[in-house]
Design a protein around this ligand. Sequence first.
Ligand SMILES: *Cc1c(COP(=O)(O)O)cnc(C)c1O
Length: 357
Amino acid sequence: MEIKVTQADNSDLKPRPADESQIGFGDIFSDHMFLMDYESGTGWHDPRIEPYRNISIDPAAMGIHYGQEIFEGLKAYGGRDGGIYLFRATDNFKRLNRSAGRLCMSEVDIELAMEGMKKLILLDKEWIPRSEGTSLYIRPTMLATEPHLGVRPSTTYLFFIIIGPVGPYFKEGLNPVTIYVEDFYVRAAHGGTGDAKTAGNYASSLLATEKAKEKGFTQVLWLDAKEHKYVEEVGTMNMFFLINEEVITAPLDGSILPGITRDSVIELVKGWGMKVSERRLSIDEIVESARSGTLKEAFGTGTAAVISPVGQMTYKGEDHIVAGGKMGDLSQKLYDEIVALQYGEKEDSHGWVERID
Ligand SMILES: *Cc1c(COP(=O)(O)O)cnc(C)c1O
């Protein structure tokens, strides 16, 4: 399928951020976007790049009423060598299609979506920031658009990709975050949609997160829905704990998002000869190890923040300082390694990095 490109008029081009050190996260979008439409019977059609603009959908669009929406989040990295790099991008589109399956939506042709994304990035490549810690965030999104009130899968979908320059995801940057261990609200239950990147998961997480923020915490650490006992993940990141010499993360058993950064961390740490366990880890074990001093590090992993060290965890009113409230050695080593790969500064022996320009 040919991707039709309609370029924005020169007079409509937006000003790009003048000071890259002031770029936050998720507020600035480039001059163009990629779109395509789906109708059952016809399939996906009209892949196109157009000027970035408001989209028009029927107020009865099913995605608005019943939450049939999925998305992805990945980045393009502007290397110091002038190159533009993607990191495991195909895995994001594979995950998008798994999310589509869970939400009864239509899968996309991964090659077509990747081609559209790359064309879009190259068309708007002047938007890729080049300062340290910045990148171009990419947000593929699919929304049910059939105008119909009544709960069933939509017969029409809109898929689009928007992109924009970003700086650090947390205002803390690489400084350790404080985490509130939530023992009442839950994010996802077994058999639910926790392993899909779908809007509803985040809507249902807002209240607990707002309450935690009011108390001064950055993020909520979710426990399992059944026993409120086993750690799952934090807002938009998977969680890792270094206890003694064991690196531990929750298993992918349906209620947590299978993070690509999580997978990369597991592979890297294994390659460094450390013991990695994907196993259930109770909050009691963490508290015990924090008290006894065997909890060495805790960190979140995700595309947005890469590695986010945890400096403090609070559970049932008790504060636990982790790694002296600083970024631990393993967190730092992982951050340095992943970032060097992403920006094309290090030989990639994993087949993760693709240079597109
Ligand atoms: C996106 C996301 C992650 C991180 O996934 P990456 O592929 O590493 O970016 C983790 N947890 C949740 C809930 C997420 O939405």
